[in-house]
Structures are given as structure tokens and as C-alpha cells.
Design a binder for this molecule. Structure first.
Ligand code: HEM
Length: 418
């Protein structure tokens, strides 16, 4: 288990923020969240304004209510995904010595329109429902092998045994990376996730460089020797009339690494915790596995876990809050999906919940590209666990501890079964 981060110092409140909109919440180190995960999110929903300013982490806005999040996600004129604009990045890259490694900028998530669509479109087909459905069989096999490996033990630490190796292995396959790179890659995944509170740009670049370096040989090879994999497909793309470059390919690689792995790992872990605490639900789903996709959706809503950042483009007033150019506003999707104005009794897990769809995959132009894959992976892991294991529970001697930040989840999940 990694050491819990300590609260960042409080920044003085700027004059344009009224006292009524201040709420003290450290998204990386709030003690309640580290101890109780989504219990703290439920508390926030009751206590904090739907839009608030926190003095922690340098001082920033938090959009916590469903409506505020939904509107801001679609309001690209006021809320940018780019901490540094596309044009500025191009200028920085052009000013660097020709042999220096280029900056790695996860694409398309950190781009705004019109560049965003240019970089999103080559991924659409690769991650379409059809393409992902074709991978189902190999994901089932992966899940079965991992669960079979721990079944006879009567216990496992679910994240290291299943939730982490499953998406990482599959990811390496679709990318076309050789299987022997797996261990090196998994070590990188760990390094990257455990450093999620470190926002130093130099160190972030160094970590992303490691990711790109593991993929480098395969990326170069596929340029001249295309195969049936994602890297080869991306080499065939054009961006603004220019052929793909090594930097484009590396940007995709780091993007899919950061967006597609940590998320699935934490989603599975949160789902497994709920199932382990709810034997009646396990029994219901074992008796009728056709209800599993519904359970997956309600688990995604009840334990929504990503908090994407936005940057205010110009001084503006948004739903009564005066915001200044350059300020950060995070979209607190976990509280959005627990907002009682959209989801009555939001704390209750209801298989047959009706009404608005959840926003666990975001909303607007940046809505998750990997949602079809994520759903398949989640459905399969729950289905195979319920099929292959008897009733499982949390190990009472190993209490849960959570991490916060941009992706929430438990640090370890110790399961037991008889
Ligand atoms: C349960 C698992 C997942 C969750 C909850 C999730 C959630 C999200 C969210 C909330 C966003 C929007 C971010 C924003 O608005 O700035 C997003 C974007 C994205 N996700 Fe996922 N994600 C998951 C799995 C995946 C997977 C498996 C992949 C691919 C391998 C993936 C690829 C992406 C990409 C490429 C984007 C950026 C889209 C864009 O900017 O146009 N995600 N995801």
C-alpha cells in the first residue's frame, strides 16, 4: 500500500470568490475520502455547494452538481481541456533542438476543437462497439485464466491478481506489443499510478517518456511492417493533411496508457468491493447472469470514479460563480452521479434504476472513447467471478484504504471465499 498523501496548504481565497462558495476539500488528500471513498462523496453532495472553490491544491473550482458538470462538459467555449494550447505546444516543440525528445501530450484528451476531432477520429473505428465485441472471446479467456490461478487459494488481493493484469494484458495485445514486454509494462503502470499526486511537469514528462520508450521499438517497426494492430492503424492516419509522425504515435500511446488502464483497474476494484459486501446481489446475479450488464451500469453510477480537469478560457460567470481566465475547474463526476436531483436516494444500489443515464464516462466532445471496451471488460470480470467463485467477501482483517485525485479507487481489495 502506498503512503497516504498529506493535505496541501490552504491558498488564500481570491477576491472574486464569495465566502458562500468556499468549501475545504483536498481532492488528493481529503482524509474522509482516503478512509471512506464514496461515503465521503455522499457527504459532499449533502454539504457542499454544487459549484465550490477549494483552497487546496493551489486553489481551484469544483463542479460537483450533475447539472453544472453536464453543462460545463459541453461548453467548450468556456471550459478548455488544454492546460497549454495546441498552438503554444507547437511553438514549444518548434523551439526545441531537432534531436531533443518531443514533449509528450496525451492526444486527443488534452486538445480542444478543432484539433480534438482530428486526433479523436482515427481511434473511433478501433474502439467501436463492433471492433470491441470481436475481442470478447479473448477477454473472457484472460479473465478465466486469472481467476483460475487464485481459485483454489480461497483468497486473493483482487487488484494485483485480476483487475490490473486483465486490462494491461489486453491493452498490450491490441497495441501489438510483444507479450514479453508485459512485466516491464506492468511495473510502469504501478510507477505511474503511485505517482498520481506528483504534478511536477518535468517528472510527469519523464514518466510518460518511460511509457513511450517501452513502446518505441514496436512503434518504429510497424511503420514499415504494418500488422493487424492499433499502432499500424494509427501510422496510416493523417493529421491536418500531414502524415502521422513518431510524436503523434507516442502521444496516442501515452494517452491510451493513462486513460485506458487506471480507469478499468479502479472500476473493477470498486465493483468487486460492492459485490463482496452484498451477498444477496451476488446470489441474484448468479441466478440470472443476464442482469450483469444492468449491475455494471449501476455500479458505474454508484461508484463513478474519475475527476477530469478543465481550464477557464476567459473571465466568465458560470451558474452564478464568477471565474477567472486560467483557473482550474474539476468535473467531480463521482458527486454528479450521486446528485439526488437526478438519482433519487442516490446512495442506494438499484438494479432497476430508471431515469437519467450516468455520466461515469463523461459528457460532451471528450466523452470516453473506450466505454465499449470498458463495459465489456467489466461485464466479463463480474460474470466470470460469479460463475467461478463461490460467495466471496471482503477480508475483515484487511481494511480498505482509498486514493483520490483524478481517478478514485481502493488501494488493495482482499477477497476471501470458502
Ligand atoms: C470504466 C472505465 C473507464 C472510465 C470510467 C472512463 C472515463 C472517461 C471519462 C470520464 C472521459 C472524459 C474525460 C474528459 O472529459 O476530459 C474519458 C475519456 C477518454 N477515455 Fe475513458 N474511461 C474508461 C475506460 C477507457 C478505456 C478502456 C479506454 C481505451 C483503451 C479509454 C479511452 C479514453 C479516451 C481516448 C478518452 C479521451 C476522449 C477524447 O478526449 O475525445 N477509456 N474516459
Amino acid at each position: 500500500m502506498s503512503t497516504a498523501p498529506s493535505m496541501s496548504p490552504a491558498t488564500p481565497k481570491p477576491d472574486h470568490v464569495p465566502d458562500s462558495l468556499v468549501y475545504d476539500f483536498d481532492m488528493f488528500a481529503d482524509p474522509g475520502m482516503l478512509a471512506g471513498g464514496h461515503d465521503r462523496a455522499l457527504e459532499l453532495v449533502k454539504e457542499a455547494p454544487p459549484i465550490f472553490w477549494t483552497p487546496r491544491q493551489g486553489g481551484h473550482w469544483v463542479l460537483a452538481g450533475h447539472n453544472a458538470i453536464f453543462e460545463a462538459s459541453r461548453d467548450i467555449d468556456r471550459f478548455s481541456n488544454a492546460m497549454v494550447s495546441y498552438e503554444q505546444i507547437q511553438e514549444i516543440q518548434a523551439s526545441m533542438p531537432p534531436d531533443a525528445p518531443k514533449l509528450l501530450i496525451p492526444a486527443p484528451i488534452t486538445y480542444d476543437p478543432p484539433h480534438h476531432a482530428v486526433y479523436r477520429s482515427p481511434l473511433q473505428k478501433a474502439f467501436s462497439p463492433k471492433a470491441m465485441a470481436e475481442s470478447k472471446e479473448s477477454i473472457v479467456k484472460l479473465a478465466r485464466d486469472l481467476i483460475e490461478a487464485v481459485k483454489a487459494d480461497g483468497h486473493c488481493e483482487f487488484i494485483s491478481a485480476v483487475a490490473e493484469p486483465m486490462p494491461v494484458t489486453f491493452f498490450l495485445r491490441i497495441f501489438g506489443l510483444p507479450e514479453e514486454k508485459q512485466l516491464e509494462y506492468r511495473a510502469l503502470v504501478k510507477e505511474h499510478f503511485s505517482a498520481s499526486t506528483d504534478k511536477d511537469p518535468g517528472r510527469i514528462q519523464a514518466r510518460l517518456r518511460h511509457v513511450a520508450a517501452v513502446m518505441y521499438d514496436t512503434i518504429i517497426d510497424r511503420k514499415d511492417n504494418p500488422k493487424d494492430d492499433l499502432i499500424s492503424l494509427l501510422w496510416q492516419s493523417e493529421f491536418n493533411g500531414k502524415p502521422a509522425t513518431l510524436n503523434d504515435l507516442e502521444n496516442y500511446a501515452v494517452m491510451l496508457f493513462t486513460a485506458g488502464l487506471d480507469t478499468v483497474v479502479n472500476g473493477m476494484a470498486l465493483g468487486a468491493v460492492h459485490l463482496a459486501r452484498d451477498p444477496a446481489l451476488q446470489a441474484e446475479l448468479r441466478a440470472d447472469p443476464s442482469k450483469i450488464p444492468q449491475a455494471t451500469e449501476e455500479l458505474l453510477r454508484r461508484y463513478t470514479f474519475t475527476v477530469p480537469p478543465r481550464f477557464v478560457r476567459e473571465d466568465t460567470e458560470f451558474q452564478g460563480a464568477a471565474m477567472k481566465k486560467g483557473e482550474m475547474a474539476v468535473l467531480m463526476l463521482p458527486t454528479g452521479d450521486l446528485d439526488p436531483s437526478e438519482y433519487p436516494e442516490p446512495e442506494e444500489f438499484r438494479l432497476n434504476r430508471e431515469g437519467k443515464a450516468h455520466i461515469a464516462f463523461g459528457a460532451g466532445p471528450h466523452r470516453c472513447l473506450g466505454s465499449h471496451l470498458a463495459r465489456i471488460e467489466l461485464n466479463i470480470v463480474y460474470e466470470e467471478m460469479l460463475k467461478m467463485l463461490p460467495e466471496f467477501r471482503l477480508d475483515a482483517d484487511k481494511p480498505l484504504h482509498y486514493h483520490g485525485g483524478h481517478v478514485w479507487g481502493p488501494e488493495e481489495v482482499h477477497l476471501r471465499w470458502d
